[in-house]
Write a protein of this length. Structure first.
Length: 322
């Protein structure tokens, strides 16, 4: 609409009655959602915008498609938009993405999320894992000071798979063997006393020193004091990499002991385990292959670290705030 005509139209708005105002607002609401999402995408991706094919930083505007500005790379000629190469590329219904980010903040089920946002539940399931793919990467660069580490186990699950690599469980929720076995997924969580937390799904069965090397070592400050239970893998790992290590002998009933001015225990990390497990119950079982996404999701919610839908959305498109 041209400007003079728009002014005239806009001037008539004051003469609307209440139901008419409602109707106009309802008509504009989806567009407002879309505008907000498009603005966030461009704000978030503009610094350091580069070609997804060659990484070149020089590009020029090249029309609009699917509500987004397209760009053309000056070096290789490829066209792209601000979502190319992100997990959200080519997803539809952008106007609903912020509402969906709020669904994630509220930990709603696939079905409830679909009802709230007004899309099919297959869509909210797909969105859940696309959104979380990069949200889960937002982790502290390193853990410092006293770092508690401990593993927890969850029954391995092939929920949603068309073929199982084992016989189906007749009565759900129990491992066919007692103790720690290949039927359990091992999840390592490490948390320092500032609350910075990392986690890793290390595999099936008992934790090994090699797995600690892979998942804990790169994020552990060399000056840190590692505190764990008396599992031999931690001792072997700490000795090999010359990391200061204190173990609490939980089996002997020791939960806390003093070391100078420090309290040596793994209660913070165990509390984190409990919060994660209690929260996960709300989803009535999740597939093992998606566990890293759920761990990342939980970390986003922990202590309200991510507190707004916009902030969560920016993480989903790759603004990592370590
Ligand atoms: Zn290029």
């Amino acid at each position: 609409m041209k400007a003079p005509r728009f002014r005239k139209w806009f001037a008539t708005l004051s003469s609307l009655n209440q139901p008419q105002r409602r109707q106009v607002l309802d008509a504009l609401h989806p567009a407002a959602g879309l505008d907000q999402v498009v603005a966030l995408i461009s704000q978030a991706r503009e610094p350091g915008r580069c070609c997804p094919r060659c990484g070149g930083g020089r590009c020029h505007r090249h029309g609009f498609a699917n509500d987004l500005q397209r760009f053309r790379c000056c070096a290789c000629g490829r066209t792209f938009n601000d979502l190319s190469g992100t997990p959200l590329a080519r997803l539809r219904h952008k106007a609903k993405w912020l509402a969906y980010s709020q669904v994630l903040l509220d930990s709603l089920s696939v079905r409830k999320g679909a009802d709230r946002v007004g899309v099919h539940r297959n869509t909210t399931f797909r969105w859940r894992h696309r959104f979380l793919a990069w949200v889960k990467l937002d982790r502290p660069a390193s853990l410092n000071g006293i770092v508690e580490a401990d593993e927890m186990f969850l029954l391995e699950s092939q929920k949603g798979s068309r073929t199982l690599d084992r016989p189906a469980r007749r009565r759900g929720g129990h491992a066919p063997m007692r103790g720690i076995s290949r039927h359990l997924d091992c999840i390592l969580v490490a948390r320092d006393r500032n609350g910075q937390t990392i986690d890793a799904v290390t595999g099936r069965g008992a934790l090994t020193a090699a797995q600690l090397e892979r998942s804990l070592l790169p994020r552990l400050d060399p000056q840190a004091l590692l505190v764990t239970d008396s599992h031999a893998a931690y001792r072997a790992f700490a000795r090999k990499h010359r990391i200061a290590h204190e173990a609490v002998n939980l089996r002997a009933g020791v939960r806390v002991r003093r070391l100078g001015s420090h309290a040596i225990h793994v209660q913070n990390v165990n509390a984190y385990h409990q919060r994660f497990k209690a929260w996960l119950m709300g989803f009535r079982g999740v597939a093992s292959r998606y566990l890293p996404n759920y761990l990342g999701w939980r970390w986003a919610l922990d202590g309200e670290r991510v507190s707004s839908a916009a902030q969560l959305f920016c993480l989903a498109i790759g603004v990592i705030n370590r």
